[in-house]
Design a protein around this ligand. Structure first.
Ligand code: ADP
Ligand code: MG
Length: 682
């Protein structure tokens, strides 16, 4: 076994399976070694039926009391029921579409079951738990890794493959110098990696995670610093107002700017008119009107004879910005191109040529924009609309594109990230901050309700009424993942059901991340144009989508989302003049979930929501469901201020003492490389 050994050399991986691994980015033994679990199941923390909190995931050891009974429901779904007990109570267990289970889960056998428990009127129950047979002489593992999956792969297949490459851990070298490892009570990297894959217990796992998190944060810090150093001496093109005609741009808007917008745009123009490269973050809650500021800055840049680029985190959002900018800037003869991953090669080549000869003024796109060979004739401004994804490094690399004339481009970052103020320093430490703390006039507060499933009929009737008034609605479903604990509503099925059973007379579209981009575009267009009245969607609409006519958002299984994510989602409505409504639907009985959803109903302040979310989750909530789509490191928890501070000290120490070793330098290079490949994006 060598780190470059192809995965096809592993036992149990043939051609077909190898292709699935490749789709997860795994080609070699080393790739697999660095393919880490997404979360863990703490199955060793066994509780009792009587004590398990209602609505929470728990682990129980139970004896089966009855032989399984199999039934077929009218829908064709088969389910198998058994009753079990653990001496403190009885538990009814139902397995859906797992007919094979009837053979093994038989009377008097003992199992460890792991799943969500509900204490109802007729006793306690659990649906489709994970089960493991308990034998006297075999200890079950306490902590089970859960890897990200792709279609066709199971946890077991991945764990089997991983176990074959674990011997490579012995060759893994430490990036952290010995003195740091000793001082902060960390372990060796190879050892930590082994434990991350095969944790003996929760405490050992936590120490391993801390070690890897420490390295991750330290390298991040040092990388940020090296960006700063690299760009320190460079100058940016100095723009000026003379002949820019910026007044004509503002006159052309259908509204007048808010006071906050005026203040921030002045700060931006001030920066652009200086030869020190602008590094400015505009932070403003969803709907505060950031896009028009970007448009004004782009207008100003182009009229100063320079080019501008605008980068968005998703293809949908890039297209939308493209449309907005065309509407605002085309009347002034400004030429704009859309450059995303799905643009055809031939078209792409043409756009690239026009960017390098200067015949296109503005490029809008996803991070494909910055990849490799895109050249600009005279890039003066880079706008990043990153919402809550962090792209410090992407940002930096695009800025370097301006370097062809020995000048740097100015940088404007727009973010609705309601990250707690304490964290903005490490994430945006290199930026000046402008706060957009005022909403455009005429906005009404979005009415938010948190309800249970029994309200579904009434909610559907409400949606119907809103649509008959000429409005539109979003319905958000959680992502569907294989092997997940909860029966979640899949987008396509959901839309199908609405079309045939609930709203036969209303046009319903759907969209999710797995849809090919051409279809995504079409669905978005159908909804934006008002052709479709309802859009069923995953969180792909979370970032920035702007359809002011949409006045209702129903969020299914609302307990599955992070609060900040719910806040972003809710920001899709309440964008026009009409009153808007957000309905959070959840059948979760867990008090914690209820409290979280109540916060959403109570406040619309993004900062307050983010801070309550953190304090409810608490730092180091390693076994909790990781929130997707938010700022995440692989191992570091951005709420762990203590570790963040310690890595800050360590970084300073290493820089002051000039102890940046060869290993650290390589790790920084690797970090840049990885980030440029877009691998830290999702
Ligand atoms: P965000 O800050 O979330 O990116 P947008 O830039 O998408 O917000 O703006 C939200 C909506 O508000 C858009 O439809 C935009 O045209 C509108 N808008 C922006 N500024 C103003 C303003 N000063 N007055 C009225 N409407 C505005
Ligand atoms: Mg926006």
């Amino acid at each position: 076994m060598h780190k470059d050994t192809p995965i096809t050399d592993l036992k149990g991986i043939g051609k077909a399976r190898a292709a699935m691994f490749v789709s997860l980015g795994i080609n070699t033994a080393e790739d697999l070694l660095y393919f880490f679990p997404r979360r863990y199941e703490n199955r060793g923390a066994v509780t009792s039926i009587a004590e398990a909190p209602d609505g929470e995931i728990c682990s129980l050891i139970v004896t089966i009391d009855t032989n399984p009974v199999e039934r077929i429901a009218r829908s064709g779904l088969s389910y198998t029921k058994v009753t079990a007990n653990d001496g403190t109570g009885t538990l009814e267990i139902t397995f859906f579409n797992q007919r094979w289970i009837a053979k093994s889960v038989t009377k008097n056998r003992v199992f460890r079951v792991y799943g969500r428990i509900f204490h109802g009127l007729f006793g306690s129950m659990m649906n489709s738990p994970k089960i493991e047979a308990v034998y006297e002489n075999k200890k079950l593992p306490d902590v089970l890794p859960v890897y990200p999956l792709t279609k066709g792969l199971s946890q077991r297949i991945i764990a089997d493959a991983v176990s074959q490459v674990l011997p490579l851990c012995d060759d893994v070298e430490n990036v952290l110098p010995d003195e740091i490892i000793k001082q902060y009570d960390l372990s060796n990297k190879g050892e930590a990696i082994k434990i991350i894959h095969l944790p003996p217990d929760a405490a050992t796992l936590e120490r391993a995670r801390r070690t890897l998190a420490f390295e991750e944060l330290l390298i991040f810090r040092l990388a940020l610093n090296s960006i700063k150093e690299r760009s320190a001496g460079l100058a940016a093109p100095r723009m000026d107002f003379k002949g820019s005609g910026i007044g004509r741009f503002f006159d052309s808007l259908p509204f007048s700017l808010t006071g906050a917008q005026e203040r921030v745009i002045k700060e931006i123009f001030g920066d652009l008119c200086s030869s020190t490269p602008m590094m400015r973050l505009v932070q403003g809650d969803v709907g505060s009107g950031k896009t028009v500021l970007a448009a004004a800055a782009i207008f100003f840049t182009v009229k100063n004879g320079l080019q501008a680029a605008m980068m968005a985190p998703t293809e949908i959002l890039a297209r939308q910005h493209f449309n907005t900018l065309e509407k605002l800037l085309k009347p002034f003869g400004i030429k704009i191109a859309l450059l995303t991953g799905s643009v055809k090669q031939k078209e792409k080549d043409k756009i690239k040529e026009s960017l390098s000869d200067g015949s296109i003024n503005v490029a809008v796109g996803t991070h494909a924009l910055i990849q490799g060979d895109v050249e600009y004739k005279s890039l003066g401004l880079v706008v990043t609309d990153e919402q809550h994804r962090f792209g410090v490094i992407q940002r930096a690399s695009l800025v370097e594109k301006g370097d062809q004339t020995k000048l740097r481009a100015h940088t404007l970052v727009m973010s609705a990230t309601p990250i707690p103020r304490t964290l903005s320093l490490i994430l945006y430490g290199d930026l000046k901050v402008s706060i957009l703390d005022q909403m455009p006039p005429g906005r009404q507060k979005i009415k938010t309700y948190s309800v249970g499933g029994e309200y579904r009929e009434r909610v559907y009737a409400f949606i119907k009424r809103q649509i008959s008034l000429g409005h539109q609605a979003y319905i958000i479903c959680p992502l569907v993942e294989e092997n997940e604990d909860l029966p979640r509503k899949a987008v396509e099925e959901y839309a199908e059901n609405l079309r045939s059973n609930v709203f036969p007379e209303i046009k319903v579209g759907y969209i999710h991340g797995r849809l090919p981009s051409r279809e995504k575009d079409k669905e978005m267009l159908d909804f934006c144009s008002g052709n479709n009245k309802i859009l069923v969607s995953t969180t792909v609409v979370e970032v920035g989508v702007d359809v002011p006519n949409a006045t209702v958002m129903l969020i299914e299984n609302a307990e599955c989302f992070g609060l900040s994510q719910l806040h972003q989602l809710r920001g899709r409505i309440g964008r026009g003049k009409a009153k808007s409504y957000c309905i959070l639907m959840s059948d979760s009985k867990s008090p914690k979930s209820k409290e979280r959803l109540e916060i959403m109903a109570r406040t619309s302040d993004g900062f307050e929501i983010a801070e309550s979310d953190l304090s409810l989750r608490g730092p180091g909530d390693f076994f909790g469901e990781r929130q997707s789509g938010e700022l995440t490191f692989k191992f570091a928890d951005i709420t762990d201020m203590e570790l963040i501070e310690k890595t800050g000290q360590a970084a300073k120490h290493l820089m002051n003492k000039q102890r940046i070793t060869k290993e650290i330098e390589e790790a920084i290079d690797h970090f840049f490389q990885k980030t440029m490949d877009g691998k830290t994006f999702n």
